[in-house]
Write a protein that binds this ligand. Structure first.
Ligand code: FES
Length: 256
């Protein structure tokens, strides 16, 4: 695709647009569904109606609807994008622009477990880079690729605000803290064997499509066992402050 912009002297400058090197799919995947069958459409419309009803303006429901169609196909397909476009009254280009902006929306088929290795600064220096390199070799796949049995998609991810438990691996967005190459290998082996290790904290693990339905705002059927709450590493600073009798300084303006 070629686009033109205006240069400093008013001349036309032509630039060539193409997919970023790390994002070759651009919603064009061989075999991706182009439309849904009447049965699938009817089922999705029931869920979409429930989601849209939560918002004063239906276009505000676009993000959860993209998770809904991702739950159907495991990634954003032409069928899913078109469905969302019809539901919220936006053009296909507008829906694609939103879907391609956020990294939680996938552009290619996703395995049952999306294994994300944080390779941002803190996790990287604490071992995240080594874990990612080791898992690529162990699984025999590269970034954003899926094992032949369809169980694991490997991806390097950005900071997930769990730096106090670095290095962190996430499976379908559940936390596995303080990982090592060895523990990460055991983790992916457990996923592939059908007996997944439990996350370090948070809710129990479920498969990628179930996760996508939960992210769409549909009922979360997982047992609530009170897994939430901050861990010891997160509270360490507070504990030290209390032990030393430290207090926050008064707020500006003299009020404490
Ligand atoms: S750098 Fe990895 S969770 Fe923040």
């Amino acid at each position: 695709m070629t686009a033109s912009v205006e240069g400093p002297s008013g001349e036309r400058v032509f630039i060539r647009l193409g997919p970023p090197p790390e994002e070759p799919n651009q919603f064009v995947v061989d075999g991706a569904p182009q439309s849904y069958s009447p049965e699938v459409r009817a089922r999705l419309e029931v869920d979409a109606k429930e989601i849209i009803a939560r918002y004063p303006d239906k276009r505000s429901a676009l993000l959860p609807l993209l998770h809904l169609v991702q739950a159907e196909d495991s990634y954003l397909t032409p069928a899913g994008l078109e469905f969302c476009s019809e539901q919220v009254g936006l053009t296909g280009a507008e829906v694609s622009a939103v879907g391609s902006f956020y990294t939680m929306y996938r552009r290619g088929p996703t395995g049952e477990y999306l294994v994300g290795v944080c390779t941002n600064t803190l996790c990287a220096v604490m071992g995240g880079d080594a874990i990612f390199a080791d898992l690529k070799e162990h699984l025999g796949i590269g970034n954003d690729q899926t094992t032949g049995d369809g169980t694991v998609t490997l991806q390097h991810i950005e900071c997930n605000a769990a730096c106090d438990f670095a290095p962190v691996v996430m499976v379908n967005w559940e936390f596995y803290d303080n990982q090592t190459p060895e523990s990460a290998r055991e983790l992916v082996d457990s996923l592939r064997s059908g007996e997944p290790k439990a996350p370090t904290r948070g809710a129990p693990l479920c498969k990628f499509r179930e996760t996508s339905r939960i992210l769409a705002g549909l009922p979360d059927e997982r047992p609530d066992e009170g897994q939430g709450g901050p861990g010891a590493a997160t509270l360490a600073g507070l504990r030290v402050a209390k032990e030393k009798g430290m207090e926050a300084p008064p707020a500006a303006g003299g009020k404490s």
